[in-house]
Design a protein around this ligand. Sequence first.
Ligand code: 6MZ
Length: 362
Amino acid sequence: MEWCESMPKVELHAHLNGSIRDSTLLELARDLGEKGVLVFSDFEHVILKSDRSLVEVFKLFDLIHMVTTDHTTITRITREVVEDFAYENVVYIELRTTPKKNKSIGMSKRSYMEAVVEGLKSINSVDVAFMPHDVDSRSSLNSMSIDNTNNVIPRKRIYVRLLLSIDRRETTEDAMETVKLALELKDVGVVGIDLSGNPIVGEWTTFWPALQFAKENGLAITLHCGEVPNPKEIQAMLDFWPQRIGHACFFEGEDWEKLKRLKIPVEICLTSNIRTNSISSLDVHHFVDLYKANHPLVICTDDFGVFSTSVSKEYSLAASAFGLGKKEIFQLARDAIEFIFADDEIKKILKQAFDSFVPNLA
Ligand code: 6MZ
């Protein structure tokens, strides 16, 4: 585990509000409890429950959103989440979030995203590079800074890119608004679109026009695909040929065949799949077959707050569950660079960072 923590890592499937620290969530809920907006003991009981079905997870998200969705809190959560990833040596993250509107507090999808960007700008405990032009030739991901007693201290650096999520509860117009916003926010590091939310809600045909528009305008697409059995939707999503998909828990023969033929990388979230009962146990997880087939894969957390995990824990879990050694784990982590949505220059920097870790493989 310690070794996995020290290894550089790339995180490509992390939902902002699912990655909130437990302590922050409880603090926010306690505040609202004191103001009489909610009953804290009910809230505490639900968020501290460790085993939940997929349906219960989405109920939990509604609760989380009750306490997180205002500008100041979104800024705070963004800061904390990126810091937490950087502290465990994640060197590149694509953080995804659903832009939300709430007229009563003057929140629009745009102002929600401005609060996220504000969060990125407010981080000073680590170096955060999120603007597309924020690339330099520094090959190391550790920079130096001077503390107030003139000591040189190493600082971690993390590259951040944003994906805007379309929630499956949304209409075609809402989805289109999110895509247009993503196009306008390319200069603050938005690189793509995600389709997520409760998989038993909504129809693929509702989101297709916005996703197609995004694709035509150069945004990369990742889809939550096969989180529940839905053969027709899985086939339609694969035919759309997204750059990546998340989960793939309920694929059947022809789905695997198409996925492998199209070589679509899969974001694998082990703890999430087990905790939501999407997969009964790790020894029957599709990771094994895809890994053996040399299919593009990336290990991710999904919602590290909700599932009490971390990227390091997920790699450590993969190592113990699938019998992978340091070299295999490192290769798996390094291969993820190929599937990021940022440009080749970032890929080059990340590869250098990984390669400087090679002496630690012995
Ligand atoms: C599908 C998920 C998810 O966007 O408010 N989300 N969607 N499957 C999952 N697997 C368990 N985990 C999270 O982050 C929370 C939102 O991300 C989506 C849901 O829409 C959830 O409300 P943001 O930052």
